[in-house]
Design a protein around this ligand. Sequence first.
Ligand SMILES: Cc1cc2nc3c(=O)[nH]c(=O)nc-3n(C[C@H](O)[C@H](O)[C@H](O)COP(=O)(O)OP(=O)(O)OC[C@H]3O[C@@H](n4cnc5c(N)ncnc54)[C@H](O)[C@@H]3O)c2cc1C
Length: 510
Amino acid sequence: MNRQDILTSLKSCSPKVLIIGGGINGVGTFRDLTLQGVDTLLIDRADFCSGASAASSRMAHGGVRYLENGEFRLVREAVQERNRMIQNAPSLVKPLPTTIPIFKTFSGLFNAPLKFLGWLERPSERGGLIIKVGLIFYDAFTGKTRAVPRHIFDNRSISQKKYPRINPAVRYTATYYDGIILSPERLTLELLLDAEREGDHARALNYVSLIGANGDRATLKDEVTGQTVDIAPRLIINAAGPWVDQTNRSMGLSTHYVGPTKGSHLVLDAPELREAIGDHEFFFENKDGRIVLIFPLFDKVMIGTSDIPIEEPDSVRCTEEEVDYFIEMVGRVFPGIQVSRKQIAFRFSGVRPLAYTKVKNAGQITRDHHIQEDKLGEIPVYSLVGGKWTSFRAFSEQVTDRVLAFLGLPRKADTKSLPIGTGKAAIALKTDPHFTRSEIASMAEREKIIHLDDLVLRRTLLGYLGQLTHPLVEELANALGESLGWEGEQKKAEVRRALEILADKHAVCL
Ligand SMILES: Cc1cc2nc3c(=O)[nH]c(=O)nc-3n(C[C@H](O)[C@H](O)[C@H](O)COP(=O)(O)OP(=O)(O)OC[C@H]3O[C@@H](n4cnc5c(N)ncnc54)[C@H](O)[C@@H]3O)c2cc1C
């Protein structure tokens, strides 16, 4: 069914389950539910994967640092999910060697017990010994699958041979493996399209918002035409990420489940730094104790990230202060390499939908996930709280099992080893940034593109990797416009909109 078919179908046929939010958790749940044959509608008020899920650090990881918080269940689950992502979506998620530069030996040994006793506001710098212990646990969680190799530890002289530009003050390096999600946007879309192939009981619409509820009816608004439609699902899943409470409020439910924190990144066109890191992510503790990263992304380098508690998730941007911080932090590991503002190809910011807590240090807030249940009249509303990109499948499974129990249906299919999409477009891009017109036409037909920015920011990595030029944006608008029926004025408006978003949100001025 195309967009219009789905919108028309809603007037006569309400879905059994409504999912609000087309980030990774909404889409993961959509795939799992539709695999079980459940009639499900997923909506997103913007494009799919345009919220927190597009702002992640692209790490498929267990989160070795959460071991220090005693979060063994979370880390074990996420490590196993990381392995599954590498196996189920091999062209979009690949093993990533991750190197920790270590400046001390014994420091940080008491972080974990002090945290447990609640006596630690800011952990002291982690030394070689405690990192070694953490990585032994981390390897053990991988189990027998061996999707990635075990960690190695190198002393100063070997580290300097391997990374000649590394800070001479680094005493050891530890290298372990996680995964890189090459394009979270495409992975989300592949999952969504897989779900829709299950049949007409799987309906998904971008640019459709939930704007209110009345008794057992939810009111949806088509953001393209402004038209509204009322539907009467048997169950609602609120997967609105950082907007969970806001969305509950629009249905008349007063909740405070999420305590959001903002995180930003820069994508740099910095060949010297790119060469210095090889294909390794450098994951380290900055001078102020924040865990930060220098990350290989195709021929670019991504650096980040911040973790700043905020109230309002709508208008976050990567600030000049954050830019200064990121640029300076590179010098801790590679003091001989100058990074400058001129090398910034793209910047982005997003909001983590963390569970609300009174903990003051944002880095110590749990990344674990859970479901909260409320009632809209007789209809259950499940709010999805917290979670990591990496553990989306497990979270979706947990939500789906609860929905199946409510509906009295059995589980028919399992997602643990289910391959995801094809992922071809993400690697095509690596060798040739220029798509053919027929590829654009095929994306327009298959991939629910409404606006030009959907194409340049999420269906491809063109924006992200700093490969856009003004003429290319115009050419893409022409190619896309042919398929989507844009006339002269509409095409110009789409170009204007895309350029404004690039400039406003990502400081890309074309
Ligand atoms: C800076 C940063 C770095 C991160 N790094 C990593 C990492 O490296 N690895 C990792 O595993 N995890 C990482 N995460 C965490 C991970 O990205 C998030 O936990 C995950 O993406 C949350 O997905 P979600 O589907 O719950 O929310 P979202 O992706 O935000 O999806 C919610 C959707 O709901 C829609 N919506 C909101 N209100 C409405 C409404 N009224 N009607 C319709 N739609 C609505 C929004 O448009 C949005 O698309 C990071 C997060 C951030 C912010």
